[in-house]
Design a protein around this ligand. Structure first.
Ligand code: ZN
Length: 144
């Protein structure tokens, strides 16, 4: 199997069986963002424990396979991280997807490595980074 096919399989798997996806009521939404160019929407809810670590993270939303798979991968990765770790991870992911850091740096980030082919497609990249932008918004709102 070629890498491209393997990556497509991983993305499809997250799309068909999203991790940490939950129907969120409007009171539960920590942050929600749209990607108008594709019609994607990602909503996020994070709960923190006493040590300021993520004790639960769920997403809701609708959209293309890339946007939903990316949100699923993100929630899987962030479970248990501190606020600072979550923020640093988001910054790093944004840098890699903007081409400022090498793609190899995606390796520690689990299934997210499967999204690396999208770097060549700016329109699809918006789908892939929507969940991360929603996280940025949520972290910003919670600290302000
Ligand atoms: Zn999309």
């Amino acid at each position: 199997m070629q890498f491209d096919d393997l990556y497509k399989e991983i993305i499809q798997d997250h799309y068909r069986q999203p991790r940490n996806r939950q129907s969120l009521t409007s009171e539960e939404l920590g942050a929600v963002l749209d990607n108008p160019s594709c019609g994607d929407r990602v909503a996020l809810r994070i709960e923190w424990d006493d040590e300021k670590k993520i004790s639960s993270i769920h997403f809701d939303g609708e959209g293309c396979s890339i946007s939903m798979a990316s949100a699923s991968m993100m929630t899987e990765l962030l479970w248990g991280k501190t606020r600072e770790e979550a923020r640093e991870t988001a910054l790093k992911i944004h840098r890699i997807f903007r081409g400022e850091d090498p793609l190899e740096d995606l390796e520690p980030f689990g299934d997210i490595v499967s999204l690396q082919g999208l770097v060549q497609y700016p329109v699809r990249l918006k789908c892939a980074t929507l969940a991360w932008q929603t996280l940025d918004l949520l972290l910003k709102e919670e600290t302000s």
